[in-house]
Design a protein. Structure first.
Length: 209
């Protein structure tokens, strides 16, 4: 059986997709890749995944682009004086599972002419959409699902982050025609141990194999 590749994206920035990516990568003992990192203070997403996933350092792959400015990648690259070459954004060939994390939401520009959803379509790998459970999530989630479907991007399902909101979660799954994969609750202490335990309790790892 071919080892799975999953693309982790979000309905917006700061919805918890890096935490989810760390949990998923740790559960699958996968390799993790963030193709474009924009903003390095206080630390990069790869650094966060290294701390939260429990993976050895060699399973955290180096970014194709590591931009200092905390902006949308297309703008960060312009400010930093970097030209993003799409050839460098090809999926890496690895042995075993791979978890790839986008930046911000699905329609964030990588270059002035290419959105992350366009790149996901080129890759053709299943996407996990990470969504908060708070107010506004139905609209943001359904818009993200439409944008992905419009480009023919396969959607593996939606992973929720936050307090339980059964009606919102069920509504997104029903109207969006997607699988509700589970929900990570807010953790009082966030570290590799508590995150792994929460993922094991609230998600079925077999759904990602």
């Amino acid at each position: 059986m071919t080892a799975p590749t999953f693309i982790v994206t979000g309905t917006d920035t700061d919805v918890g997709k890096t935490v989810f990516a760390a949990a998923l990568a740790g559960a699958l003992h996968a390799q993790y890749w963030k193709p474009v990192q924009a903003g390095l203070d206080p630390r990069s997403d790869a650094d966060s995944v290294a701390a939260l996933s429990g993976l050895p350092p060699e399973r955290i792959l180096p970014e194709a682009y590591r931009l200092a400015t905390p902006r949308s990648p297309h703008r960060a690259a312009a400010i930093d004086g970097v030209t993003i070459d799409l050839d460098r954004l090809a999926l890496p060939t690895v042995s075993g599972p791979l978890v790839v994390e986008g930046a911000g939401g699905v329609l964030v520009p990588i270059t002035p002419d290419l959105l992350f959803a366009d790149l996901f379509a080129r890759w053709g790998k299943p996407v996990v959409l990470v969504a908060r459970t708070g107010l506004g999530t139905i609209n943001h989630s359904l818009l993200s699902i439409e944008a992905l479907r419009h480009r023919g991007v396969p959607i593996h399902g939606v992973a929720f982050i936050g307090d339980a909101e059964p009606d919102s979660e069920a509504t997104i799954a029903r109207i969006g025609g997607v699988t509700r994969l589970g929900r990570l609750p807010r953790l009082g202490t966030l570290d590799a141990t508590t995150l792994a335990a929460a993922f094991a309790e609230h998600f079925d790892t077999a759904a990602f194999r």
